[in-house]
Ligand binder design. Structure first.
Ligand SMILES: [Ca+2]
Length: 476
């Protein structure tokens, strides 16, 4: 579209939102025959609203394992809502998170940039005033959509900054509800990971108390308010789950449902089912408001399952893959991912092509027709792959990079085509609490998805090539 036409279209869209809000206010106050005129006018404007750009909901689950949903291969979990989402969309079998741990993973998804380049090499602050944040100068998906006239909301976990300058409102979100640190107890909303234990629940930058309220339900209620309020204009919602991240706190009825399962799988399964039950309600609300066909829903886990002590040393599964949360082996970064836009994108299909969390930003920008941020992006649009099973991965000829930590001996890995070089990481996939270092390992992911055979000695030239790519990436 020519720039002039696009500007006029954007101006018209903006005018439509304003008129719709005015009409909605007038409906309450005016009576016949003015009301009749308004209704006709509203019908005209609502017809224009049908042409609005799509809403976008980005859902990030927290520490959900690679194969932990029915649609990703598990046969003992209960995930009907996610399975239904996959049936109405496209599911990826080789989707990578931007990092094997929360903050950098979320920074990558929100900025479309490798986390190290976005200034988030590791986890951010979990205590108010603490250091570690997504730098305010970084442009998020929320800023991108807000510039295009969207209403924007953050609901749930943040973990990308816990100071005045780095809270969600400073990163493009009109509305924000949730916790700023890495995890909370879901009923008291206290951070217990380390001391001092502090209350961490905020609405639009103000501390709020919802003592005893189950956080997944609080999130759902806030999301419902936001969606209802903005049902007549395009919105972007970042629905940032804090589940099934520990503490495992599934509802009593789900614990009962899985009574015959062994711990810690039982605890994890109950919590995941509780999460999925609320996901179902969110999708149902979109349906009730007739918004589902106007809304792109993206679902992704932020990293692999946890084997930490607080997670009872496990519960989740990476299937045949090695590693778990914190690891750059596949189990830490290969995650469940789905994109769904009924009647517009294919439904019930699977893509084997390599895709990455940084790809979401350019993908939704293309689908919604909004301008990209000015920053240099690392993600590439997945639109061709989503639409066409035969399309090449946009990463066919370019490397994917991961790095955690910025000091000496960071953990890093590179994938180019079917080859993956693990410069350094830990194998966190066991429940012993002892994580062995893995370094200088070259694997062919297509032939060896379990990363069992080190091919480094057989292919020194590939090791050299991938190492150089990593070094070049660091210089940028
Ligand atoms: Ca996580």
């Amino acid at each position: 579209m020519e720039p002039g036409i696009q500007l006029r279209a954007e101006a018209f869209s903006r005018l439509c939102y304003v008129v719709l809000e005015m009409v909605s206010a007038m409906k309450l106050r005016l009576c016949n025959p003015v009301l009749f005129g308004c209704v006709i006018f509203a019908a005209v404007v609502e017809a224009a609203a049908a042409e609005l750009p799509p809403n976008v909901i980005l859902i990030l689950a927290d520490d959900q394992g690679t194969v932990d949903a029915g649609c990703f291969g598990s046969d003992d979990l209960v995930t009907p809502a996610l399975d239904q989402l996959a049936r109405t969309g496209v599911r990826f079998s080789q989707f990578y998170s931007a990092a094997p741990v929360c903050s950098p993973s979320r920074a990558g998804a929100l900025t479309g940039r490798w986390p190290v380049r976005a200034g988030v090499p590791g986890n951010c602050a979990s205590q108010q005033g603490g250091s570690g944040a997504l730098p305010p100068a970084e442009q998020t998906m929320a800023e991108m959509f807000r510039a295009a006239g969207y209403a924007t909301a953050h609901i749930g976990k943040w973990h990308l900054g816990y100071t005045e300058e780095t809270i969600p409102q400073r990163q493009g979100f009109d509305v924000s509800f949730g916790h700023m640190g890495g995890c909370i107890d879901n009923y008291s909303h206290f951070f217990y990971w380390s001391g001092p234990n502090t209350h961490d629940l905020w609405k639009n930058g103000q501390e709020v108390y919802r003592d005893g309220g189950y956080f997944p339900d609080l999130m759902l209620a806030e999301a419902a308010d936001f969606i209802r309020e903005h049902s007549q204009r395009p919105f972007f919602m970042y629905y940032a789950l804090n589940t099934p991240h520990y503490p495992y706190q599934g509802d009593a009825h789900w614990l009962q449902h899985f009574a015959n399962m062994e711990d810690p799988r039982r605890l994890y399964a109950a919590f995941l089912a509780a999460q999925d039950e609320r996901l179902g309600k969110l999708l149902q609300l979109l349906q009730q408001l007739d918004l589902r066909r106007r809304t792109i829903v993206i679902y992704q886990s932020d990293n692999g399952h946890s084997t930490e002590e607080r997670a009872h040393f496990g519960g989740g599964s990476a299937g045949l893959h090695r590693g778990a949360k914190f690891s750059l082996l596949e189990g830490g970064i290969r995650v469940p991912a789905v994109i769904s836009w009924p009647d517009t994108l294919p439904a019930g299909e699977v893509r084997e092509q390599v895709a990455h969390a940084c790809d979401w930003l350019p993908t939704v920008a293309e689908l919604a027709g909004v301008a990209l941020p000015q920053a240099a992006l690392d993600g590439l649009s997945l639109v061709d792959v989503v639409r066409d099973a035969a399309a090449d991965s946009p990463h066919q000829n370019s490397a994917l990079h991961w790095q955690v930590g910025a000091g000496v001996n960071p953990e890093w890995a590179v994938r180019l085509g079917d080859w993956k070089l693990i410069g350094r990481t830990r194998d966190t996939g066991n429940s012993t609490g002892k994580w062995e270092t893995v370094q200088n390992v070259l694997v062919n992911i297509r032939n060896d998805p379990g990363e069992a055979t080190n091919m480094a000695d057989l292919h020194p030239e590939i090791v050299r090539q991938l190492t150089e790519l990593h070094d070049t990436y660091l210089q940028n």
